[in-house]
Design a protein around this ligand. Sequence first.
Ligand SMILES: C[S@@+](CC[C@H](N)C(=O)[O-])C[C@H]1O[C@@H](n2cnc3c(N)ncnc32)[C@H](O)[C@@H]1O
Length: 282
Amino acid sequence: MLHVHMNKAAQDSNDIQFTRFKFSTKRNETWDIQTKATYVEESIIYDEDGDLVIKKKNDDCDVIGIYHRMSTSLNLVGLQLWRGSLLMCDYAIHNAEMFRDKNILELGAGVGLTGILLGQYAASILCTDFNDGVIEMCKKNMQNNHRFFNSNSSFSCQKLDWFKWHKEELQALCPNGTDIIIACDCIYSDSLTDALFKTIYCLLKHCSSMGKMEAYLPLEKRLNFTLDDLEVTCHEYDYFRKCLDALAAKNLNVEIVEIDCLPQYFEYDRVQQLELWRIKCI
Ligand SMILES: C[S@@+](CC[C@H](N)C(=O)[O-])C[C@H]1O[C@@H](n2cnc3c(N)ncnc32)[C@H](O)[C@@H]1O
């Protein structure tokens, strides 16, 4: 069994959970570079009668409510919510202008938190996944949080299996072209990584709206002690890095995004193993 990586006690339960993910985008927050935490300064203001009002800590918080599971078998990992998606949400809030009016395609979207958060900025969001149960849960979460999608934008969720597509099918997904691809925490098996990279490569080469598409891959390195190596290794991550090198050799720009100074807008454990990679057409 795999366990969800959130600030919520892990429970061995097949039950669907409902979690309210609080976040704040308001500027009365201060990012403390020492503690790497965001704190909200209490501000003192006066109402129209001149009475003192102390603004409470959570006054400016918004909430995305998400149905998900805390633990699952491997084929249903998308029903859990992974830290890579929370890192992507932080990055998107902090760089909102980069996502504004963009056509965004999410691969391996899981329960849809990142797509919903991006709905505030994007022209369109298409969340995709391969598992029917995951897609249903994602649709339900998108509908419940429809207030995040701006009225002119389009948002939907549909099936896309990285092992089963044709170039024309990928092109048909976004008739106006795709500007940004995201795939959060999708690196955990070499064969999946191969299929994911082939999908991203085809999208970057053939489905860009203006030849300027970029892909974001946030992930958490999962370290294991193996008897074969007699040391702590991260084989899937090493393989991922080889795939990135192969893309760079095909004349794509591959870079790690600096996240040390990225403020944390969501509450979760920003562990050191979290990384964010960007791939761009040159
Ligand atoms: C670890 S989960 C991450 C889910 C979500 N992005 C998050 O960060 O919470 C990996 C995701 O990849 C999806 N996935 C696995 N194999 C896939 C395939 N062959 N095609 C498309 N999606 C796949 C899973 O269903 C799952 O949603």
